[in-house]
Ligand binder design. Structure first.
Ligand code: HGY
Ligand code: MN
Ligand code: MN
Length: 430
């Protein structure tokens, strides 16, 4: 990229791009809005679970924005969406630089998780269109299917399939927590594409994202230079006890699946406090789930995270051993299924260094850090040089309507993204 083009791109980003980015974040955030709850004052959330109607409408809006720029819109067989800006003459055959994230959400989510990265990437492509500049290699913006893994597990499914680490057919046959089949839902919302996942291996992959944790906000640092993502383990535990009358069954004779699940949650908190591995029981359901019946069955999920792979597997092994003791003590049967087992991912030093250099050149405070949350970048790091840029999350809040990042922080993140893209486009290797 010559200096004139660089200047034009930066000028457009500053004068128009950032305002347009904010407007589109707001617009996409309106899709899937949850009803206001008068009892609970504060911001409203939105819910766009993977491939539900709201996710479909958000995809339609994103595709329309891509088409407005005359980008080539691609959809692959697991519903991953791409907008492609062609290269300047001579660069057509080069591997593309990809900027991506996701637009599906958890339930009652904030406006930024995933969306900021997809629309930040789209804004970079928009800058090229506005400046009438063609990049030396193709530029792609990506929105991966089912990053959140709330309706269908595992999470980061679209990028995992794209990276060739999860079979397409298995993904399409996945049953959601609502009993739906993922492939049927893709068809229903019109995003069952025909491109094979992984149709092109990027030259490099960049993801702009809110931190979703407290570190940058607490230390008042503008930019997170992300060096990698911690390991993730998701398990579903089923406890089979014995239903009985809540009023007539002496405590000593109970085989209470509900109590067993509660004891497991308490054990996991003690384990986390002792080892540093994070542990969360995010969902629990009892059967029959009635006020005067001792639960015969409890099904609960366990989310464990650790940047240290050995420590994560040791924590998992200790929990598994403890479950055996729980069976004996409570007279219940316990079974466990693995939903996710992702090793920690390290990002490419060449990309991480360029993110850091871009933030430094722009004069933004910055620090290197590992991501606590999972991201599509964790999967893309398996197939190409990858890096992430973080901006602060107010009070570290995310996966809730209170998720907020100030406009100045959003601006800095988008400027670092553009600078890093420009550096990578001029590089022979990432
Ligand atoms: O679970 C995660 O960390 C991501 O939000 N899917
Ligand atoms: Mn995300
Ligand atoms: Mn998320």
């Amino acid at each position: 990229m010559n200096e004139r083009e660089r200047k034009a791109l930066r000028a457009w980003m500053e004068e128009e791009g950032l305002r347009a980015l904010m407007a589109r974040i707001f617009e996409l955030g309106e899709i899937g809005m949850t009803d206001a709850d008068d009892e609970v004052p504060g911001p409203r959330g939105r819910t766009r679970l993977a491939l539900d109607d709201a996710d479909g409408r958000a995809r339609d809006r994103l595709a329309a924005w891509m088409r407005e720029l005359d980008l080539e819109v691609r959809v692959d067989a697991v519903g991953n969406m791409f907008g492609v800006l062609p290269a300047a003459p001579g660069g057509e055959g080069l591997a593309p630089l990809m900027i991506g994230s996701h637009i599906d959400t958890v339930g009652n989510a904030g406006p930024l998780d995933g969306v900021y990265g997809v629309l930040g990437g789209l804004t970079v492509l928009r800058a090229f269109c506005a400046a009438d500049a063609l990049p030396p290699r193709p530029l792609m913006v990506a929105a991966f299917t089912n990053e959140e893994g709330v309706r269908y597990q595992p999470d980061m499914m679209g990028s995992l399939v794209y990276a060739g680490a999860y079979p397409l057919e298995k993904a399409l046959d996945t049953r959601g927590i609502d009993g739906s089949r993922l492939g049927d839902e893709l068809e229903r919302i019109g995003y069952a594409g025909n491109l094979p996942p992984g149709h092109v291996t990027p030259f490099a992959y960049l993801e702009l994202h809110v931190e979703q944790g407290p570190v940058l906000d607490h230390d008042r640092v503008r930019i997170g230079v992300v060096t990698g993502v911690q390991g993730i383990s998701w398990r579903e535990i089923t406890v089979e006890g014995a239903a009985n009358h809540a009023g007539t069954t002496p405590t000593a004779l109970r085989h209470d699946a509900g109590l067993a699940a509660a004891r497991a949650n308490v054990f996991l908190r003690e384990l986390a406090a002792r080892t540093g591995t994070l542990a969360t029981v995010g969902s629990v359901r009892f059967e029959p789930g009635l006020i005067n019946v001792i639960p015969s069955r409890a099904v609960f999920t366990v989310d464990m995270r650790d940047p240290d792979a050995d420590r994560l597997s040791a924590a998992n092994a200790e929990f598994t051993d403890w479950l055996t003791r729980l069976e004996q003590e409570e007279g219940v049967r316990v079974s466990s299924g693995t939903l996710v087992d992702f090793a920690p991912a390290a990002f490419a030093p060449g990309v991480v260094d360029r993110v850091e250099a871009a933030a430094e050149r722009l004069g933004f405070s910055r620090r290197r850090m590992v991501s606590g949350a999972g991201h599509d970048a964790q999967m893309m790091a398996r197939i190409c040089p990858t890096g992430m840029i973080f901006v602060p999350s107010r009070a570290g809040l995310s996966h809730c309507p209170q998720e907020f990042t100030g406009p100045e922080d959003l601006r800095c993140g988008a400027l670092v993204l553009l600078e890093t893209v420009l550096d990578l486009l001029d590089a022979e290797t990432a």
